[in-house]
Structure formats: C-alpha cells, structure tokens
Design a protein around this ligand. Structure first.
Ligand code: ZN
Length: 330
C-alpha cells in the first residue's frame, strides 16, 4: 500500500518528464513510414508539391519509370542559375553548377546534393537507375566512364522529374547553434527551406576539415547553410525558427557540445542580413532574454564532409535538439 502511495505521488512528475521528452519537433512528427527510408523523416517537407500538382506525363516518368523523348524536355537545353528539386517532393537534387551539355537529349549533371540520389539496378539488369532519395520518384539513369567532365559521371535525368527554382528566388542564410547535425536536421523542415547543408564558416583557415574545426582553434563555427525559397519565407522567418530551436542564451555551446566551434551565431553575408539579425536579437532582449548569439560577417561557407550531411536522416533517428526555448512568436 505504501508503495502504491509512492507511485501515486510520483505520477504527476513522471508525466512532466514524459512531456519534456516529447519536446522535439512537435508539429513535424508526421512521418510517412510507408515510403522509402529517407521519406521517414523526409515527409517533413512542408514544401511537398504532391501528386495533385503533377501532370500525367510527370506521373508516368516519376512513378511508372517512363522516359521522356530526347531533346523534348524543358531543361535539356537550359542553363540558368538555380537549383533543381524533385517535382514530386521538393527535395533538392542538383545545382546549376552541376549541369553540363552532354548533347544526349536529356539534362545531364556530374554531381548532386549530398545523399539526394538513390541508385539501383535497372529492370534491364544493365543500367543503373537513379531516383529521389526522399520520395523514391524515378529520375533517370547514371553513367560513368564517358569522360565528358573531370568527374566522369553523368546523371541523365528526365526534365519532367524536376522543378527549377531560379537563383533570383533563392535566399541564403547561415546559422550556427551547436552540433551542425541537429541544426541541419531541424532547419531542413522549416517552411520554405530548399536545402540545409552542414559546414564551416567564420574562421580564418582556408578549406577547414572536421578534425581541425573540432580542436576549436580554427575560429570556424560548425554551421549550416540554408537555401530558402524567397516566395515562401523571408530571411527573418528563417532566423526566427533558428532562434526557436536552440538555446541562444548560452555562450559556450549547446547541450553537451562545449567549445568555440559550437557557439550560437548568425553568420551574415551582407549588411542587410546583419541589420535583420540585429533587429531580432533586439526584440529578444526586450522580451527579457540574455542573448549570447553572435552576429558575425562571413564571406565564405565551406561544406562539411559528406558523412556529416543529413546525418540524423540517414541514421533514421530523431535528432536530439538542444534546450529548445518555446516562447511566443516574435
Ligand atoms: Zn522526391
């Protein structure tokens, strides 16, 4: 009886602990386990275009693995600056810098966003099929050994599988809030975000690597470069979500990650970004928060090694966020 009383006494505290444990990404927990591995978390994407917006021709390519006629696609002879995303789920696939003129009649790329592409043996047993890692939509095929570019790889992609976001519509934000794995994982889910990439910035060393930055002497932050669609989100929108997802009152790091490379910072590319970041910090201070976030001007972002990209997503585990402060909307 005494032990029962003890349990009843502790029950409310147990609920408190459970509620605390469920803090991470409350509204983004709608996962889609029915699809491929990446879509488990990739279902996150609020910029999911959905099948409804696809034409019958796009559906035939993406879901029935049909091939568009050569030289017929919108992006075959197309070399504007921007980002190509999956027409079905909006996942970033290629940058315009990856594209080259192969003369084969379909868009050709020799590189992709990290882990964006899944490969499998084609039904013909010879070619290698490529599909979107997030939703499994069919893209085309991949070839090597043709010596068309120094990378010696050709992603041969149907135009119908992709949508193009011109660089004039793409904004860039770079933020640092502790270990970049968690920041990247969270920011990728934010409305309007096209891509989030882990990397290093803010230091003096050229081409830093993880080992050097880890020692905390390069001056770089572990940070995340966020590309966002300016038609869906503003720079301030992105920063507000960043401030919501980490403890900006801590000056030495986040969670168990302590050191100069883990400090909170908004890494600005121009004076306009510095001004907007400053305004948000000022609002937070007026709300009574002691803001430790630094506003740092940078000129260069260095992508981190491939094994750091989309880390939690690939491991299939939920990111451990830092002490997330939930306060009323700015
Ligand atoms: Zn997709």
């Amino acid at each position: 009886m005494a032990s029962m009383r003890k349990i009843l006494f502790f029950l409310p505290f147990l609920f408190l602990v459970l509620a605390e444990g469920g803090y991470c990404y409350p509204e983004e927990k709608v996962l889609d386990p029915g699809k491929k591995f990446f879509s488990k978390i990739g279902g996150d994407m609020k910029r999911n275009y959905g099948e409804a917006s696809l034409s019958p021709e796009q559906r035939a390519v993406l879901f029935e693995k049909k091939t568009e006629a050569p030289f017929s696609g919108e992006f075959d002879n197309f070399f504007k600056n921007g980002v190509y995303v999956c027409a079905n789920c909006g996942a970033p696939l290629y940058r315009s810098e990856d594209k080259f003129d192969s003369g084969c009649g379909w868009p050709a790329f020799d590189s992709s966003f990290p882990w964006a592409i899944s490969k499998s043996v084609d039904a013909d047993g010879i070619r290698t099929e490529i599909s979107c890692s997030r939703c499994g939509g069919h893209l085309g095929h991949i070839f090597s050994g043709e010596n068309l570019t120094p990378k010696n790889i050709r992603h041969c992609v149907n135009s119908l599988s992709m949508k193009f976001i011109p660089s004039s519509e793409i904004g860039v934000a770079v933020v640092a809030g502790g270990c970049f794995w968690g920041v990247e994982d969270y920011m990728r889910r934010v409305k309007g975000v096209i891509s989030a990439m882990s990397g290093y910035a803010g230091g003096t060393l050229e081409n830093p690597d993880y080992e050097t930055v880890c020692k905390g002497k390069s001056g770089h932050f572990e940070c995340v470069e966020i590309l966002f669609d300016k038609r869906e989100a503003s720079y301030s929108d992105i920063l507000k979500r960043f401030f919501e997802m980490h403890d900006f009152t801590r000056s030495d790091g986040q969670g168990p990650d302590i050191g100069p490379q883990y400090r909170s910072a908004v890494l600005c590319l121009n004076s306009e970004q510095e001004r907007e970041a400053g305004e948000i910090v000022e609002k937070l201070r007026k709300m009574g928060f002691g803001v430790a976030t630094r506003i740092v001007r940078i000129s260069k972002f260095y992508p981190a090694e491939e094994y750091h990209q989309r880390y939690y997503e690939r491991k299939g585990v939920e990111a451990k966020c830092g002490a997330r402060i939930l306060f009323k909307k700015l």
